[in-house]
Design a protein around this ligand. Sequence first.
Ligand SMILES: [Zn+2]
Length: 182
Amino acid sequence: MLIDSLDRMIISLLRKDARLSYRAIAREIGVSTPTVIKRIRKLKDAGIIKGFTVKVQGEPAEGVLFIISGEDARSLEKRIPSVIGVKEVMRTSSGGLIILSEREATDEIKKVCEGKNVRLMSYNIISSERHHNLKARCAYCRSVMDNAISVSAGGRKYYVCCPVCARELQAKVKGMKLMSGE
Ligand SMILES: [Zn+2]
C-alpha cells in the first residue's frame, strides 16, 4: 500500500494521541471529516494503524529489534526515525544503532541500509505485554475479546467471549477428562 503525505500526517497525529476524534484530526490537517474516516479505514485495513493504536493503549508489543553495525551505521541515525513504525532509536557504544520498530517498518529499514557499509541484524520480539494480549483471547474460539466471561471447567478457570463459547468449552473439557479417564 502506498502512503502519501496526508496518511503520514494522520499517522503522526494518532501516534501522539490515538484517541483523537476524526473531526479533531480533520481540523488539524485541514481536510474533511469523511476524508479522514476513509483514510483511517484504509490504513487500518492495511494493518498500518493498528500498531499505533494498540501501542498507545498499552497493549502490544510484537515488533522487531534491529541492530545496525558497521562504518556507516551512525550516518543513518537521522533517517531511521522518519521511517513509519520506528518506535525507538538508540546508539550502541561501538558506533552502531539499535532500533525498535513495528514489523511494518522492516522493508523500509532494509532500504535505508542499502548501499551503505553496514551490517543489519534483526530479531523478532514479543514483549511481556504481548502475553496480556494472548490472555485476552477467548479460550474456546480464540477471538480477541472486548469483554471476557470467566467460566470454570475441570477445576480450572477460563476466559471466553460469550455464553456459547462457555458452554462449548465446558463440554470440551469434560470430553477431555473422560478420555483421560478421570
Ligand atoms: Zn469465543
